[in-house]
Design a binder for this molecule. Structure first.
Ligand code: CA
Length: 310
């Protein structure tokens, strides 16, 4: 059942070792042998595309210290409210919890040291292309368009801009080493059928409780929806929690059938997120957990914070 073309996707870079979405984390992911390196993409006030997981800057940079008055009513600091030159003055750090102090993953890189920066999408892709040239190893990119409906409401068509930039940098056909991903199913259809994007695409599948988009993810996981999805995308990116449940008797993972249902209609499955410091119960190490998902479920790749432990 094991797929020989198994893809290791470095989730926000080698984010288990260095602060997420910094060029340092991307360089390390490249060095550790990742097949693809992920970019989450949001827009600045001056319509530049930056690599940042949240539409907010405050969990992973010192924006609140540097620009204390620039938050919205919800006390969050939005990338969309800052020009790129301002964001380029920020120090990026390991992700902190909602209190702004505690590290989300306390055993990772310390939150208080380092001179990391927030890269633009163009800078990061050029950087990966440079490493590809220098090493002779062709590592792909795996950009995610974040919150397209929110960006549109802010007056910015982020999808169109991302596709244009990728085209500028040489990514335009399905043979190119790129997967484009998004949680918003309506936007994924638009990107493929209205904007005419030819790239390999992944429909991300979240949980309805997260409020990530208007997409109904319970519906999206049904056989009928997967068959429909296969007309638009090359694969799905579900959460691990949507692939297995834990057996009530022995606590062991049991398949929920989503991988085989996706494979039945020709969709690849790239689940997220495999973390050595957040193992599923029943596994003692990340390599053991990865092996189980490959051998028992036949997943085609995975997002991991630890590209070496696979
Ligand atoms: Ca992502």
């Amino acid at each position: 059942m094991t797929n020989s073309e198994f893809l290791v996707i470095a989730h926000r870079g080698a984010s288990g070792y260095l602060p997420e979405h910094t060029l340092e984390a991307k360089a390390y992911a490249h060095a550790l042998g990742a097949d693809y390196i992920e970019q989450d993409v949001v827009a600045t006030r001056d319509n530049e595309l930056i690599v940042m997981h949240d539409i907010h800057l405050d969990r992973v940079t010192n924006v609140a210290e540097r620009f204390p008055d620039r938050h919205r009513e919800d006390n969050r600091f939005y990338a969309r409210d800052f020009d790129l030159v301002e964001i380029q003055t920020l120090i990026a750090h390991e992700r902190r919890a909602d209190d702004g102090i505690e590290a989300v993953f306390p055993n990772r890189f310390p939150t208080g040291i380092g001179e990391f920066r927030v890269p633009t999408l163009r800078q990061e892709i050029r950087f990966i292309q440079g490493m590809n040239k220098a090493t002779g190893r062709e590592v792909g990119i795996y950009p995610e368009i974040k919150r397209p409906a929110w960006h549109r409401n802010e007056g910015f068509d982020i999808s169109r801009h991302v596709i244009q930039l990728l085209d500028d940098l040489g990514y335009r056909s399905r043979n190119d080493l790129v997967y484009l991903q998004c949680f918003d199913a309506e936007e994924v259809r638009r990107i493929r059928h209205e904007l005419g994007c030819q790239l390999k695409m992944i429909q991300l599948i979240g949980d309805n409780s997260w409020g990530e988009s208007d997409t109904d993810y319970d519906q999206l996981r049904t056989a009928e929806s997967l068959a429909e999805l296969a007309k638009t995308v090359d694969g799905i990116g579900p959460s691990i929690m949507h692939l297995v449940t834990l057996n009530e008797i022995d606590g062991q993972p049991v398949s929920l059938g989503l991988v085989s249902a996706a494979h039945a209609v020709g969709l690849k499955v790239h689940p997220y997120t495999f973390r050595a410091d957040q193992l599923m119960p029943g596994f003692d190490s990340l390599p053991e957990m990865v092996a189980w998902f490959r051998e028992k479920l036949g997943i085609d790749g995975m997002f991991t914070d630890f590209p070496d432990l696979t």
